[in-house]
Design a protein. Structure first.
Length: 133
């Protein structure tokens, strides 16, 4: 016959084992590569913010990148690897798009400035030369 003490030890052992299995299942549900991808995406979003500064070009895409990153972190915390990875990838793409739009706007402004300078020079060359006294 099993004593009451032995029964409690058996139950405690099973509960401990079950708790360990549940913890391992929850902890191992997310691959390290997915966690790394979310971390890389966070760095990319921060880098995009640094590149854009206060520029309006790409600001909407940067905001979307932040939103996707926040959602990816939430899914990661919830143990949902697939959605977390998808959202992290979308966040990365939005951050890259924000940087590209910002760089494109800067290049467009530089080209406009150059064209204005060329036009000024052209007008100067067409101007009547000043007569000497």
């Amino acid at each position: 016959m099993i004593s009451s003490n032995e029964q409690w030890r058996g139950i405690a052992s099973r509960v401990t084992t079950l708790g360990a299995v549940v913890c391992l299942a929850a902890c191992s549900g997310i691959q390290p590569a997915t966690k790394e991808r979310v971390a890389q995406t966070e760095a990319a979003v921060q880098q995009a913010q640094g590149t854009l500064g206060n520029s309006e070009s790409g600001a909407i895409e940067l905001q979307r990148a932040r939103e996707y990153l926040a959602a990816a972190k939430k899914e990661l915390d919830g143990g949902k690897e697939g959605p977390a990875l998808r959202l992290a990838n979308e966040s990365q793409l939005q951050a890259e798009l924000a940087v590209a739009k910002s760089q494109s706007a800067a290049a467009r402004k530089a080209a406009d400035d150059m064209m204005a300078g060329i036009e000024t020079l052209r007008k100067e060359t067409l101007r009547e030369p000043a007569t000497q006294r």
